[in-house]
Design a protein around this ligand. Structure first.
Ligand code: MV4
Length: 448
């Protein structure tokens, strides 16, 4: 097993990784920017190394500084967390070239799945359903029009190198398709270094459902159930739950099987998430993309399966085989996670960084809080605005919702504005309670 791990991240996930390492008897080295000097991971880790100033480009995204810190601390492995360099195949390769293990998949798997056209082709080859649309990148507006005529409007234009909702556009007619395609190409060129786009049918009454998988370096891949992440605002997830309240056991089984098929086709190991879009009316799902990192919402799966996903990531990175088979996985009960952000939800979710004057988190049976915050902590303006993830686990959805209501009511955060009030309102909305939410719900229905 590794003796010392470098954590190339900050905030809540850095805390989460430190705790997993402690339980495993592994030493931790955390890197930090000057903006995070007073942060909890810096206090909690065995070693902390400053890697630059506040702007992420000069610190958490600075590969040279990260490698220098890893060499200085003499670590065996690097955990990238999520965001920052976690899905950067170039970084993963440099780390391995330095004889340090990257806690994640091979760069070749990241490359095969990080490009939407390549990932979709791989899924189709593996027999996993994909959304009707272009086969590979679209050459120009004429081909775009021909495809739209075949699959019918509305269609979605997606940058092949985009992801998580970045570089996407919806077109409802020929005019908006031609203008949208050219715009999408220009924007993708500037943002992702490639203007390549695909086109597919836009499913409007849909749920966003993803399957957590974990693979080892011996060819074993196991699906750990789904998370329903349909409650999003501008592609920022606000609430995630498992099991999905809208799919049948048969559909769940097929989605899990398909996620494993895709992972195996990509030679994938470590933790990953296969995203599907589920068409509510047709009761059919289609592969969207694969995320080659641990995700923010992984605790939802941990609560239902009883597994420690960070520990498993470290174990499989060290070459150990998975300690279970697919038959051992029987998710129990219902888990819900909400993201508590320092945002003014009544004012367009505007960031609300600053000092936390008072902080009391809820606790008790079935209640989990993953956070790096404390009374007196100042949330820096440089990074995302997440204060905490509040996760509850009950015997069924109704009990989980009750626990969540109680926990939100107990949470005291004074100073920044937070999304607690948003979640309290969401939990009382009949459409949420009756499972009528679609991916468009928060953007188009909930907030005018
Ligand atoms: C879609 C889709 C509907 N049809 N693709 C968003 C994140 C990225 N991973 C893929 N996403 C979507 N792709 C097709 N063909 C719906 C989403 C989607 C979404 C779209 C608009 C507004 C909110 C959304 C939330 C989740 C998923």
């Amino acid at each position: 097993m590794f003796k010392r791990i470098l954590i190339a991240n900050r905030g809540e996930i850095a805390m989460r990784i430190i705790r997993a390492c402690r339980r495993m008897g592994i030493e931790t080295c955390v890197v930090y920017s000057t903006a995070d000097k007073e942060s909890l991971p810096v206090r909690m880790a065995d070693v902390a190394i400053c890697i630059g100033p506040g702007p992420a480009k000069q610190s958490y995204l600075n590969i040279n500084n990260l490698i220098a810190a890893a060499e200085l601390a003499d670590v065996d492995a690097i955990h990238p967390g999520f965001g920052f360099l976690s899905e950067n195949s170039h970084f993963a390769q440099i780390v391995r070239d330095c004889k340090i293990e990257f806690i994640g998949p091979l760069s070749s798997s990241m490359d095969a799945l990080g490009n939407k056209a390549k990932a979709k082709a791989l899924a189709a080859l593996a027999g996993v359903p994909t959304v009707p649309g272009s086969v590979g990148p679209v050459s120009g507006p004429e081909e775009a029009l021909a495809i739209a005529r075949k699959i019918q409007y509305p269609v979605m234009i997606k940058a092949t190198n985009g992801g998580g909702g970045r570089g996407m556009r919806i077109a409802h007619n020929d005019g908006s398709l031609v203008s949208g395609f050219e715009q999408a190409r220009r924007e993708a060129e500037a943002a992702f270094g490639s203007g390549e786009c695909i086109i597919e049918a836009y499913l409007q009454r849909a749920r966003h459902i993803e399957i957590q998988i974990i693979g080892d370096q011996h060819g074993n891949v196991v699906a750990l159930g789904e998370r329903d992440c349909s409650t999003q605002r501008r592609h920022q997830k606000l609430l995630e739950e498992s099991p999905s309240p809208v799919i049948t056991p048969a559909i769940r089984q097929q989605m899990c099987d398909d996620a494993v098929k895709l992972a195996k086709a990509a030679g994938y190991y470590n933790a990953g998430t296969v995203e599907f879009i589920y068409d509510i009316d047709r009761k059919a799902y289609f592969f969207l993309e694969m995320n080659t990192r641990i995700q923010v919402e992984h605790p939802v799966t941990e609560m239902c399966t009883g597994l420690d996903l960070i520990r498993l990531q470290i174990e499989v990175a060290a070459g150990l085989p998975l300690p279970f088979t697919q038959a051992d996985i029987k998710p129990q009960g219902h888990a819900i996670e909400v993201r508590i952000n320092a945002e003014d939800w009544q004012n367009g979710f505007a960031p609300s960084p600053g000092k936390i004057n008072m902080y009391v988190a809820p606790s008790g049976k079935g209640v989990r809080v993953d956070s790096h915050c404390y009374a007196g902590y100042t949330i820096p303006p440089n990074y995302d605005s997440m204060i905490a993830k509040l996760i509850v686990h009950g015997k069924d959805r109704a009990e989980a919702i009750q626990l969540l209501n109680l926990a939100l009511g107990e949470y005291i955060i004074e100073g920044p504005k937070t999304t607690i009030g948003f979640h309290q309102r969401l939990l009382k909305d009949a459409r949420f309670l009756n499972n009528e939410v679609t991916t468009k719900f928060v953007d188009e229905v909930f907030l005018k």
